[in-house]
Design a protein around this ligand. Structure first.
Ligand code: GLN
Ligand code: ZN
Length: 768
């Protein structure tokens, strides 16, 4: 008998019930008891869905009020001293303090947040000093298991593995070696497993996603040590879960660990399938991740059944499980809540609940024979066939245009050194030009009008009038501040990807397709289902309106192809690269339209470029190649006198400087205020030769930095970048800040630039 399983489910609720409850608790609108009871209701509902779908053992402990890595830190007492010292009365408040910090107390800064592998989910980074005395401080896993049992569900606790937990954290002290930390951590895990076994659990799922990354021998050794010990702690069947990529060099090692079963992601890592069948030791069970937990397309059920049959032939049915490729945390919950999707497209999609049904159908075909689910398999084949043939997916013109791309389409006519004087002649900018990244504060009023427009509460004309007013205001403020290159403020955009998606063919949008990004924050990624084409100019009208209000240069503002790709659900019927190039061609046309309208400075934001990097280093260069090519394809059509800017944030750039240089943007603005310009080291010398604006104003904080502080940062920057190539700008867009913060901060920014210009024209004396 082959067993269906699920590795984890979304927590946020099909209608974001958890988000609403958590935020209400933060705003003191509901009590802790009310929050916990809502959370309990959500868990119960989600368990019942999974159980009704036919999943015999539902995952428990996969739920979280904020983040499961934080939960693990909290469970094993990895609580940094700055939080302990708060002596908060309630545990819940301690938990949320670690997640969010405490307003007005800079000393109790929240844990850092970073991306969970290559997903758009962010986890909180545990901190280790090396002096930790890990212990089972609380046992939320036991609570969750008991709760499931009390509701009548057989459950399998889902636990973040000790090695991944440690490797995902950061050591505050160099001597906090992972090996030493592991020795101290394992007793807590052993005790945890004992409590679960005592309570009646038969199996646990231990996630070690680091197995899908490149590991050193020592790190693999840590996994051996950890699993050797915890496998002896209690009579539990351990399912070791890996996901997001093939295990490559870690595959054999993972299969040899003393566990009952190993889960492999066969959607992202089909290449490891044959190897796994060959290398699996005699008694090991393989759990096959056959249904994509990262995307929203229907699985090819027949193909999945065939793959699983191959595995059963080798290992026997009892040693095979079938599940999603990874936890269903990363997909929306329920397609049946979508009432506005085109029926043709809806027929191709599958969200969390639908994916569970797919998993059960595959297992039934294996256990009872394909005839038992003939109708399901046939309907599935028909949906896939329709999608393959659909005219809304395929546009012959797009294919022709892609094939006609020439090498010269990727390169500007002249090199940067020759372009720069032409741009300078066109723009006449002073030394150390000042600019901003694009958006300005999105006021309450603006949000209100946007919501009214969405409900049809105001006409398009009325809404436009409101946007005109906002843009005018933003421009007058920038003129008063004395900025050199202006922006229109992006008031007409709800979101930097959705705005363009709505204006392009090949995209569709869901009503409730929410996915957790971090804590209570969710995103609703657009769905790219077909060939991408532009219906017409997307930004030219607003750019023109803005430019007509001022004699200063107005930047055209666009989102880059890689970022649109990265923040959408992308079609799985062609390589990501092809979709990215289609986007690039549409943006190329937009850029040329902006240029024809008279735009001299065009910024193409690529904040997500780095996060598209695959988990294995060996796959990185292929990705970077096409990602950079897509940017170049979008931008290289302009005249040499037109200045192309790009912007990046949220990331370390050191390891991709050469790719950033290869993008050949005339100017790049980078997030760097928090790192005190340290990152510029990587851009110094010959590695990066174009203009660069390292952010001098940390827009993630409500703090208004003084002009002296920004001047200091600029002076530091001059150690790496000569003044003639240096721009002065904030770290990122200003839309999350208020005008009360932004106006003085930008005043200080302009003052800092002017002071430095003066110092330099006086001979640079005080610089040394
Ligand atoms: N132009 C965008 C803005 O200013 C850039 C946002 C981003 O980098 N995430 O809002
Ligand atoms: Zn940014």
């Amino acid at each position: 008998m082959t067993t269906p399983l699920n590795l984890g489910f979304a927590r946020i609720g099909a209608k974001r019930e958890l988000k609403k409850a958590v935020e209400a608790y933060w705003a003191s609108k509901i009590s802790a008891e009310q929050l916990l009871s809502t959370a309990r209701e959500i868990r119960k509902l989600h368990w019942s869905w999974q159980s009704e779908a036919g999943i015999p053992e539902v995952p428990s402990g996969d739920f979280s009020l904020y983040d499961h890595v934080l939960d693990t830190a909290w469970m094993v007492d990895a609580i940094p001293s700055r939080f302990r010292e708060l002596n908060l009365s309630g545990d819940l408040d301690l938990y949320f303090a670690m997640a969010r910090g405490i307003a007005g107390q800079t000393a109790t800064q929240a844990l850092e947040m970073t991306k969970w592998f290559d997903t758009n989910y962010h986890y909180l980074v545990p901190e280790f000093t090396g002096a930790e005395d890990f212990r089972l401080r609380r046992n939320p896993q036991l609570d969750a298991y008991r709760e499931a049992k009390a509701f009548g569900f057989a459950a399998r606790p889902v636990i973040l593995g000790p090695v991944s937990f440690l490797l995902l954290g950061k050591s505050r002290q160099a001597h906090a070696s992972t090996a030493a930390l592991l020795d101290r951590l394992l007793p807590a895990y052993e005790e945890l497993l004992r409590t679960l076994a005592d309570e009646g659990a038969a199996s646990v799922q231990i996630d070690e996603p680091v197995l899908a990354t490149d590991l050193a021998d020592e790190e693999r050794g840590l996994l051996t040590k950890a699993f050797t010990r915890i496998s002896k702690a209690a009579p539990l069947k351990i399912l070791l879960a890996t996901y997001f990529a093939p295990l490559r060099d870690n595959l054999e090692h993972a299969l040899q660990l003393p566990v009952h079963a190993v889960h492999l992601d066969l959607v992202r890592g089909l290449e490891q399938f044959d190897g796994a069948l060959r290398l699996a030791p005699k008694n090991l069970t393989l759990s096959l991740g056959l249904v994509d937990g990262r995307n929203i397309w229907k699985a090819d059920l027949t193909q999945a059944v065939e793959l699983a049959e191959k595995a059963i032939d080798r290992l026997s049915g009892d040693r095979i499980m079938v599940g999603p490729s990874c936890s269903l945390l990363h997909v929306p919950i329920d397609l049946s809540n979508e009432t506005a999707l085109a029926p043709e497209i809806k027929d191709w999609l599958s969200f969390g609940r639908q994916k569970l049904a797919e998993i059960v159908t595959i297992t039934r075909a294996l256990n009872e024979g394909r005839d038992a689910v003939r109708a399901e398999l046939e309907a599935n084949r028909e949906s896939l066939a329709k999608r393959r043939r659909s005219e809304s997916v395929h546009n012959a013109g797009v294919g022709r245009r892609l094939r006609a791309i020439r090498n010269s389409d990727f390169v500007r006519t002249k090199a940067f050194d020759e372009r720069k004087p032409l741009q300078q002649a066109a723009l006449g900018l002073s030394l150390l030009p000042t600019t901003t990244i694009g958006s300005f504060p999105q006021t309450e009023e603006l949000r209100r009008q946007r919501a009214r427009r969405r409900r049809n509460g105001i006409s398009a004309e009325e809404y436009d009038g409101y946007i005109r007013q906002e843009i005018t205001h933003v421009i007058r403020e920038q003129e008063k501040l004395g900025l050199d290159v202006l922006v229109h403020g992006e008031a007409e955009r709800n979101d930097m990807v959705e705005y363009f998606g709505e204006l392009l063919n090949g995209f569709t949008f869901t009503q409730n397709g929410w996915v957790q990004s971090y804590g209570s924050r969710c995103v609703k990624p657009p769905v790219i289902y077909g060939d991408v084409t532009r219906r017409g100019p997307m930004t030219v009208r607003w750019w023109q309106f803005a430019q007509n209000l001022t004699t200063l240069p107005m930047k055209g503002m666009l989102t880059g192809p890689v970022t649109v790709l990265q923040w959408s659900f992308v079609r799985d019927d062609q390589p990501r690269r092809d979709t990215c190039f289609q986007l690039a061609l549409a943006i190329r046309d937009e850029i040329l339209d902006l240029e024809s309208a008279g735009c001299r400075v065009i910024q193409l934001d690529e904040p997500a470029l780095r996060e598209g990097l695959p988990l294995h280093k060996a796959d990185g260069s292929d990705y970077l190649h096409w990602a950079v090519d897509a940017f170049r394809l979008a931008t290289a059509g302009v005249r040499d006198s037109t200045q192309i800017h790009t912007h990046m944030c949220y990331a370390e750039f050191n390891d991709i400087v050469d790719s950033i240089a290869a993008m050949d943007a005339d100017v790049i603005s980078l997030e760097s205020a928090r790192s005190q310009m340290e990152l510029l080291d990587a851009f110094a010398g010959d590695r990066y030769r174009n203009d660069l604006g390292p952010g001098v104003y940390d827009i993630h904080s409500p703090r208004v930095p003084s002009s002296d502080e920004m001047l200091e940062l600029l002076k530091k920057a001059l150690a790496f970048i000569p003044a003639v190539r240096l721009w002065v700008n904030p770290d990122c867009g200003l839309k999350t800040r208020t005008w009360q913060e932004v106006t003085p901060a930008l005043q200080h920014l302009v003052t800092a630039a002017r002071t430095l210009r003066q110092i330099l024209s006086d001979g640079g004396g005080p610089l040394s």
